[in-house]
Unconditional design. Structure first.
Length: 335
């Protein structure tokens, strides 16, 4: 197991959130903490106001959290009308998506994608690392989310940096709260967006990245905010059996198993991981969106959208999984 000394948490402000570096203390390595100054456990996302006229995006008392590797998503891909249309339709089916493999030097391509999604009277927004557009970044990850369904605490948006360069794509963090239920009953959670790129590292390097993810999960879980619902999702370039071996020491389980998540159907590389003892809000329902079947696409057309498929899991909007029941800490795993 690699030590956390290789990881320096860098929790910084989100773009447009009105918060700057003075809002945070970067905890010492011995503390193993992400430490937002002034934030309280289960704090609200006050910097993200509700839409003036929220649509009926979410149905019932459930939300769908998904991950989607967009497959070298850049300006040229977005300019293809059929590709852009299918991407927008797929995104509208989920409340939150962790997206990977965005290829751009700034956030403009994300702005245009969100504008396209919202052309159907929706209220989606995005969050990504604040350095995008300032640093020499050409590939990054992001969160897309329906502001009518969930709110983001932009003070928590930030990346984990690895001074030793062991992550090619650094994980992105963000905390959310479901809209609708009373604040004390609403499901709150932190997402960790991961992209392991096996094309750039050898097999030993990839294994090392997976071991580091275990340390990242521990650091976020133990950051002092009291949030027990930590969900790690993304493109791990590993199937559920491999991921379970790496995450078993901290009780992580995979939402997706024995189902290919690549468009060609050969491999399971994308997944959603969490501790089922803590995140009892998970309904047990999850899956892989078959883009070819949903949109009646040929294999060639589907590959033009992405060589990956969206993977999703379904969660209750209520903390603890039911209205009127508020939990703290780990819960009965038999529920």
């Amino acid at each position: 197991m690699l030590k956390l000394k290789w990881l320096v948490p860098l929790v910084i402000v989100a773009a447009g959130g009105g918060y700057y570096y003075m809002n945070y203390d970067v905890a010492g390595l011995a503390d193993r903490l992400f430490k937002p100054r002034g934030a309280t456990p289960k704090d609200a996302a006050d910097a993200d106001p509700a839409p003036d006229q929220p649509p009926a995006g979410r149905r019932g008392d459930l939300i769908r959290i998904a991950s989607f590797n967009l497959g070298m998503f850049d300006r040229d891909k977005l300019k293809r009308p059929h590709v852009a249309r299918f991407l927008a339709e797929a995104i509208r089916g989920f409340d939150i998506l962790a997206v990977q493999d965005i290829r751009a030097r700034n956030k403009g391509v994300l702005l245009d994608l969100v504008e396209l999604v919202n052309s159907k009277s929706r209220h989606y927004d995005f969050a990504t690392a604040p350095g995008v557009g300032r640093d020499d970044t050409e590939q990054y990850v992001a969160f897309l989310f329906d502001r009518a369904s969930v709110e983001i605490d932009r003070r928590t948006v930030g990346a984990v940096t690895d001074p030793a360069g062991r992550f090619r794509q650094t994980p992105l963090l963000a905390s959310f709260r479901v809209r609708g239920p009373d604040a004390k009953q609403a499901f709150t959670f932190t997402l960790i967006n991961v992209h392991v790129d096996l094309n750039s590292v050898d097999s030993n390097g990839a294994k090392e990245e997976l071991e580091l993810l275990d340390e990242v999960f521990r650091a976020v879980r133990d950051d002092g905010r009291g949030e027990d619902d930590i969900i790690m999702l993304g493109d791990f370039e590993a199937d559920d059996q491999v991921l379970t071996r790496f995450g078993g020491s901290i009780g992580l389980s995979c939402a997706i198993s024995d189902v290919p998540s690549t468009t060609r159907g050969g491999r399971l590389t994308d997944n959603i991981l969490f501790n089922r003892h803590a995140t009892i809000e998970f309904t047990g329902r999850s899956g892989v969106l078959d883009m070819m079947r949903k949109f009646n696409l040929s294999m060639q057309e589907a590959l033009q959208v992405s060589d990956h498929l969206p993977v999703w899991g379904e969660f209750s909007v209520y903390e603890g999984g039911q209205a009127g029941h508020v939990t703290s800490g780990a819960s009965d795993p038999t529920r």
